[in-house]
Structures are given as structure tokens and as C-alpha cells.
Write a protein that binds this ligand. Structure first.
Ligand SMILES: [Zn+2]
Ligand SMILES: [Zn+2]
Length: 593
């Protein structure tokens, strides 16, 4: 497509390359007043109507040839530099291509959200009276914007047809077409810095804003996946809510074309802009784009776009790292849609890192299911009724974790496992899970708990039967391969059970702090442990309690004259193992391990 210098000028204005745009407060707090104060900061698309020549747009300095305007050239250079183009200050082909690429509608350079919200006046409607579409504030909440063009009418009919053949969600809730927040509405769920200050955030795909490209279930499940991707790296939960009154929904999502969903911004038809979003606000997708499910060869991946736009709602701006989901241009989706390190760091700077206590932690050692049959291990973290697999090599959890315990570990209790023990000697290879006063033996080969093993034992079995002298419940346990003892922890005590002698080691139980003393006085978990775990990756034993972990001094540590079996000072679990995050229960996926 041939792009005119005027188009390029518009592009540079619109996306903030000439002047940063006041975007986040713009659509919600009134366009006109803002644009009078500071006309250059108004998003010019709000002043545009279809087909109008660009030179008629008010507020844009009129220059007969923008390519001669020094501000334009400076802006163009900024754009070229950020996009890793040759910095020529001229409209070369590479620059034209970059400006013609599909992209997000949110400006690249924004004026940061003001921290104070005193200018928000609860009696004002926020709807500009100079905006002919919205001259009557009362009308906004109830009326459907007039649909003029034939193509829009056809689309609408197509949508009606689709809707009538599918169950509708949220469409009978009296939402009307109102999406835009009113000026007087407080920053819902947000604090002064414009970030969500609560942990559970409700979202809804608007019944009046479905896409024509995907069925409704597809749309909802893709959006759910997009929210989940963020939920997996920060302590935020996203809950789809199709029943609460509209004002209780934090993020409303919808598809539309041209003038859409009561929004102050126009979409631009097919190509270029595919969506826009506001901090703490709503997300609109340009349904003139061909949205497709992940892994489609053609079209625009809704998942990829949704992840990006949710990033804006959560408070992120565009980033120019090519691997970041927050870079403004659409790069065709690869199959592994993930947040990179930049994204994770950026969002965690706002919302912090996940932390929380675990039910049990262990390395699962088993023979590889492949032909080689090698011994392999994987690290698992259990919390309540779900679990994560941790990839030690890349220091992160597996993509799309946590998962439901009942689906990944068949035949053991579906929640709150107390302990995992792997007794591993020349003669024995027992993988055991403990809960309450019972334990289960796991069949690694068939990946499920035994009902009865080859020795005729029926499971679950009483702990006191398999381990005379030990009675449940226990807090946790671990197997020490060197001494061939199982250590059972309960309260402030620990009991060693000799696997060879099949009895409690004389002298036990003892106080945990006597057997595993503190390296630094006063820095010790004392008792009521959550998990004790030997890590093959770290070749160390870790004691978990609450959100902290104590590492036991290994053979190497003893050279520093640290007491044998002593515990090094605590560190937060989330500094040792990154991003083990809960997701809202409604989002727990259930694929098999
Ligand atoms: Zn964006
Ligand atoms: Zn919109």
C-alpha cells in the first residue's frame, strides 16, 4: 500500500512520536476538555471521521509538506530508532512498511497516568457535549450507535445470526451498549497509581460485542487463556463473571468495527490497528481483522492480541524488545505464546511476585518413558488441590501450570498431601504419598497409585502399619539416602525411621532444632514444617515453612566449619524458585502430565 506523507504524519501524532499522548485518561474523562487544555495531546483519531482528508483535522499543525517540518523529521527519527530501522529522517520503504504493519491502537509514547485523581468530579458525565454522537449523556447508556454503512449492516446481521444460534453470555443482563466509563466513576479497584489494588479481577466478554470470526466458546476460552498467562506470573486472579451487574466488572472486552461499543476511538477497518485498551479499563478488538485461534496459519491470533491488550489494562506500556508481548506491532504468533523475561519483570515491578505456602515439594524420580529407559527426575510443587512442575534448568514453572492434582496424579488424595517420600535402595524403590494417618504407593510405570502392590499390600495403608512406631498425621517427611532413614516431622519433633532395620532409630523423636540446628542463632523454622525436600538440581535439602525456605548445609558447607546438618539463614521461597503462581480456580486446566 502506498502511504502518503500525511498518513505518516497522522501515524506519528497518533502513536505519540511527536508528542506523548494522554491516552489512559482520555477516553474516560472527556475528550473535548482535554483537547482544549492541550490540543496536541488529544488522540487525533477521535477527531477523525471516515473519509475526511487529514489536512482538515484540527489541532494538527498544517504543513504543506510534513517531510520538511523539523518536528516531523525528529519524530520520524525517534520512530526509526525505536523500530531498529536506519535512522534517516526520511520516508523510505522500510519506514513505510513498519508504519503499515498491523499494530495495537494504544500510543507508543504516553503521558503517564496522573497520580492524583482530584480532578475527577463525581457529578460530571465525562461525555463531551461537543461530541455529536454523544451529546446526551443519558443516551450513552441505552442507545445503540447508528450504523450507517452497508457493510456494517451486513456484519451486524451476520452477528445477529451467529448469536441467535449460540447461547449468549451476558447479553440478557441489561448491559446496553455502554462500555465507556463515565468521568465520575472512581478508578475501580485501582489505587492512585492506576494499578489494580485487589487480587481478584473480574472480566466479561460483552454479549453485544462478540466477534464474527470465532464461536463464542472459542472467544471466551481464548480470552481466559490470555488472562491466565498473566496470572501465571503475578499474584493476580482473573475471574470470568457473566452474572454480576456490569459496574462490578473490572475489565469488559468486546469486538466492534469503526465506531464501536460506545467508544471514543474509531477503528480503522481491515489492516493496521487490531485493538486498543485502557489501564484499569476495557479492551476493544477491531473485528474488521480476521481473528483466529492460536496456531492458525493466517489471520490475527486473538490470544496474542488479547495478552498484549491485557498488559495495557494492567498498566504496561509498549516495549520495543522483539520478544516482548508488549511490543506494539503484530508478529505472527508462534506456538509457544509466552511472556518473556522483560514482560515478567515489568509486570512484577507493578504487582510483585507470587508467594505462598506449599503442601509438599519433591523430585519425582522414575524411568524415562522413552526407549532409553534412563532415570530422570522432575520437580513438583503441590499446593492444596493443584500442582506445578518446575523446570530447574530454565528456573521457571512449566508453561500452563498449575494443573489439577486429581488429573495429574491418579489415585492419591486430590488435595493437601502432607508428604512425598522416595525410598530408594538396592532392594527397594518405593514412591509414597502421605496424608493424614495413611499413605499411598505410587506406580511410576503406570503413573497411578497402586490399589495393591506386588507384595500384596492394599492401599491406602496406615502409616503405623508400614512404619511401626510412626503414626499420622505428619507435617512432612523425607528420605535420607546416605543413612537410609526416613525422617518424619511433626510439630517441633522429628523421628528417624531406619529402612534397613524397619524400626524407629533409638533415641528418637528429637527436637528438630537439635538434629538440624541453626547456622545463625534465631533463624530456624523450629516446627510445623510444610515440606522438607532433597533437590537433585541443587544437591541440597530444603526446609519449607510459610513463604520461606532454609537450605541445609551440604558436604561443601562443612568445610566452612558450619555444624553438620545445620540450616542456613532463611530466604523467601520466591527468590529460589520463581513465579509459582496461583490462578483463579475457574481457570485451572486439566490436561494430563
Ligand atoms: Zn499495545
Ligand atoms: Zn474502542
Amino acid at each position: 500500500m502506498m502511504l502518503s506523507p500525511f498518513f505518516m504524519q497522522t501515524y506519528l501524532w497518533k502513536y505519540g512520536w511527536i508528542e506523548p499522548v494522554r491516552w489512559d485518561s482520555l477516553p474516560f474523562r472527556g475528550v473535548a476538555s482535554r483537547s482544549k487544555e492541550n490540543p496536541v495531546n488529544a488522540d487525533i483519531s477521535s477527531l477523525l471521521s471516515e473519509g475526511e482528508p487529514l489536512s482538515s483535522i484540527q489541532d494538527i499543525p498544517k504543513h504543506p509538506d510534513p517531510t520538511l517540518n523539523p518536528r516531523f523529521i525528529a519524530a520520524l527519527k525517534r520512530f526509526q530508532e525505536a523500530n531498529r530501522l536506519r535512522v534517516t529522517g526520511m520516508l523510505d520503504d522500510a519506514t513505510r512498511d513498519a508504519m503499515n504493519a498491523p499494530r495495537c491502537g494504544v500510543p507508543d509514547r504516553k503521558i503517564p497516568e496522573v497520580e492524583k485523581s482530584e480532578e475527577v468530579n463525581p457529578t460530571e458525565s465525562g461525555i463531551s457535549t461537543s461530541d455529536p454522537q454523544h451529546s446526551d449523556p443519558a443516551q450513552i447508556t441505552t442507545t445503540v450507535p447508528s450504523i450507517t454503512s452497508a457493510s456494517q449492516r451486513i456484519r451486524r446481521e451476520l452477528m445477529e445470526k451467529k448469536k441467535s444460534s449460540q447461547p449468549q453470555v451476558g447479553s440478557n443482563l441489561g448491559l446496553g451498549r455502554h462500555v465507556r466509563k463515565k468521568r465520575g466513576e472512581p478508578l475501580k479497584a485501582g489505587n492512585k497509581k492506576g494499578i489494580f489494588s485487589k487480587m481478584t479481577i473480574k472480566w466479561r466478554l460483552l454479549g453485544e460485542g462478540y466477534s464474527v470470526w470465532l464461536n463464542i466458546d472459542q472467544q471466551r476460552s481464548i480470552l481466559m487463556r490470555a488472562f491466565r498467562i498473566w496470572s501465571e506470573v503475578v499474584p493476580l486472579n482473573f475471574e470470568e463473571d457473566v452474572t454480576s451487574p456490569a459496574h462490578l466488572i473490572d475489565i469488559k472486552l468486546g469486538f466492534g468495527t469503526g465506531r464501536h461499543l460506545g467508544c471514543s476511538q474509531l477503528f480503522d477497518g481491515m489492516g493496521r490497528e487490531f485493538a486498543h485498551a485502557w489501564r484499569l479499563g476495557d479492551i476493544h478488538f477491531d473485528d474488521d481483522e480476521h481473528f483466529v485461534p492460536p496456531n492458525s496459519e493466517q489471520g490475527i491470533s486473538l490470544l496474542k492480541v488479547a495478552v498484549h491488550e491485557i498488559g495495557h489494562v494492567l498498566g504496561l506500556s509498549h516495549m520495543n524488545e522483539m520478544t516482548s508481548v508488549m511490543q506494539p506491532n503484530y508478529i505472527p504468533a508462534n506456538s509457544r505464546m509466552e511472556l518473556d523475561r522483560t514482560d515478567r519483570k515489568a509486570i512484577q515491578r507493578i504487582y510483585g511476585r507470587c508467594s505462598g505456602r506449599f503442601s509438599t515439594v519433591f523430585d519425582w524420580v522414575h524411568r524415562d518413558h522413552s526407549a532409553s529407559g534412563n532415570w530422570v527426575f522432575q520437580t513438583y510443587f503441590f499446593r492444596k488441590s493443584w500442582y506445578w512442575m518446575y523446570e530447574n534448568r530454565s528456573n521457571r514453572t512449566r508453561y500452563r501450570d498449575p494443573r489439577v492434582l486429581a488429573n495429574g496424579w491418579r489415585g492419591i488424595p486430590t488435595s493437601d498431601i502432607d508428604a512425598f517420600v522416595h525410598i530408594w535402595t538396592r532392594e527397594e524403590d518405593l514412591t509414597l504419598f502421605f496424608k493424614g494417618s495413611q499413605y499411598w504407593r505410587y506406580d511410576n510405570e503406570n503413573d497411578r497409585a497402586y490399589l495393591q502392590d506386588s507384595e500384596g499390600h492394599i492401599y491406602p495403608r496406615l502409616i503405623s502399619e508400614g512404619f511401626p512406631g510412626i503414626s499420622g498425621p505428619i507435617d512432612t517427611a523425607f528420605y535420607d539416602r546416605k543413612e537410609r532413614n526416613v525422617f518424619f516431622f511433626r510439630g517441633q519433633n522429628v523421628t528417624a525411621f531406619s529402612v534397613d532395620n524397619h524400626m524407629v532409630v533409638p533415641g528418637y523423636p528429637k527436637a528438630i532444632i537439635d538434629v538440624f540446628p541453626a547456622c545463625v542463632d534465631g533463624d530456624h523454622p523450629l516446627g510445623d514444617l510444610d515440606a522438607v525436600y532433597y533437590s537433585f538440581a541443587h544437591q541440597s535439602i530444603f526446609f519449607f515453612k510459610g513463604i520461606n525456605v532454609w537450605r541445609m548445609v551440604g558436604d561443601r558447607g562443612r568445610q566452612d566449619n558450619l555444624p553438620h546438618n545445620s540450616l542456613l539463614p532463611r530466604i523467601p521461597i520466591n527468590e529460589q524458585w520463581l513465579d509459582i503462581c496461583d490462578v483463579h480456580p475457574s481457570m485451572l486446566t486439566a490436561p494430563r502430565r
